[in-house]
Design a protein around this ligand. Structure first.
Ligand code: NAD
Length: 387
């Protein structure tokens, strides 16, 4: 077993044979994850580098086997080996853990959710010029209303909080105090700065023209407005030559439909990022194709993941699209510094879509669609293609 280490200056030291914990996932995860592994193995073949996949249990299968949704051993493996990859997981309904994805992000403080959004020629899109959509979203992953600090309407805690707000802080704007639920939205200078730093660094390293800070600071002046102010502050201090601009979230969503080429790298708080990720993914073909990563750039911990769920209605049919997980694996290879293998997979996948080779969700017509496994084989067959 060969683990990645992190040197004193924060750079990853990646051995040629590296152990990567892999959570297969539930539902269609059982079908798409083996395809992802086969394509990655084929892309690495002959490069002198290799991944030793370490099966890490989580989700339904793990719960049935051991009674645990997210075993401590799996968390420990993700911690020890730094970089991991996961298929989609069922969110347990009615108790247990709130969300396995959130639990993993919190346990490893994976503060940046990174979502590149680009179009592949041949993929059907609801917009006229999908090739103009080429953005990388940096969504803050640990703060905002997603921190999960909220109380139900009618609870003792809600009443207590209201009394405090009213009596101690002079809050009079709660319209219906007796039937109000309350949520708290923490956004910090520290959390905003580390996220914006990651976005700016990405822009510089990937020769991207600009970073857009997307916020609702016109309404939430201290939280979202704070994010904007701290973002500009950080950029001025550490990236003085980079073009950094900002946009109010609603106007931004309109702009990405009308003038998508004006935006490149996006840095945004958690909830905005949630909406923006799915909205932009829809413009380039939907969630079956959009990849994602959750990263802590200081500790080096990173979990790469399919961004869609377990698609229960397609389970066992060998028709799920493995592209989201596969493109997440491409991000992982880039993160490891294995750019040539990452590029080979991207080129091969682009060739498939250009030639109309796709699973039923994105195929030009149902009768020419290939299976999950067939799509993987088609990519492997094109790995040596020059473009
Ligand atoms: P989903 O993403 O599983 O499916 C929604 C629809 O999207 C599907 O019916 C299908 O039409 C399409 N789709 C999704 N992935 C696809 C793929 N790879 N290929 C082709 N089509 C695809 O969302 P859901 O139905 O709301 O959730 C099902 C389960 O997944 C729930 O338990 C939910 O909690 C979980 N979930 C997990 C994650 C995750 O692990 N990151 C994300 C979202 C939902």
């Amino acid at each position: 077993m060969s683990a990645i280490t992190v040197s004193a200056d924060g750079t990853l030291v990646v051995p040629d044979v590296v152990t990567i914990p892999c959570i297969t996932g539930d539902g269609i995860g059982v079908e798409i994850t083996p395809v992802m592994k086969a394509v990655v193995d084929a892309a690495l073949d002959g490069t002198g580098r290799r991944i030793e996949w370490l099966e890490a249990p989580a989700g339904e299968a793990s719960f049935e086997a051991s009674g645990e949704w997210l075993p401590e051993a799996t968390l420990e493996a993700c911690r020890t080996y730094h970089v991991s990859i996961k298929g989609p997981l069922t969110t347990p309904v009615g108790g247990g853990i709130r969300s396995l994805n959130v639990a993993l992000r919190q346990a490893l403080d994976l503060y940046a959710c990174v979502r590149p959004v680009r179009w592949f020629e041949g993929v059907a899109s609801p917009v006229r010029e999908p090739w103009k959509v080429d953005m990388v979203i940096f969504r803050e992953n640990t703060e905002d209303v997603y921190a999960g600090i909220e109380w139900a309407a009618g609870s003792e805690e809600a009443a207590k909080l209201y009394r405090f707000l009213h009596d101690e802080l002079g809050v009079t704007q709660v319209r219906f105090p007796d039937s109000s639920a309350f949520g708290i939205k923490p956004i910090s200078r520290e959390g905003s700065r580390r996220l914006v730093r990651a976005a700016c660094r990405y822009a510089v390293e990937h020769d991207r023209p600009s970073v857009t800070l997307v916020h609702k600071g016109n309404i939430m002046k201290h939280t979202e407005g704070g994010f904007r102010a701290w973002g500009y502050e950080l950029a001025a201090e550490e990236f003085p030559d980079l073009t950094v601009k900002d946009s109010i979230a609603d106007a931004f969503l309109q702009a990405t439909l009308r003038r998508p080429a004006e935006h490149s790298v996006i840095a945004t708080p958690n909830l905005n990022g949630d909406y923006i990720s799915d909205s932009l993914a829809a413009q380039v073909g939907g969630i079956g194709i959009a990849p994602g990563a959750n990263i802590n750039y200081e500790t080096g911990h990173a979990a790469f993941e399919a961004t869609h769920g377990t698609a229960p209605k397609y389970v066992g049919q060998n028709r799920a699209n493995p592209s989201s997980l596969l493109m997440s694996a491409v991000m992982m290879l880039e993160y490891l510094g294995w750019q040539d293998s990452a590029d080979a997979i991207t080129r091969a996948m682009a060739a498939c879509y250009r030639e109309g080779v796709a699973t039923p969700d994105l195929a030009p017509s149902p009768d020419v669609a290939v299976s999950t496994q067939g799509f993987g084989e088609a990519i492997i067959a094109r790995l040596g293609d020059p473009r």
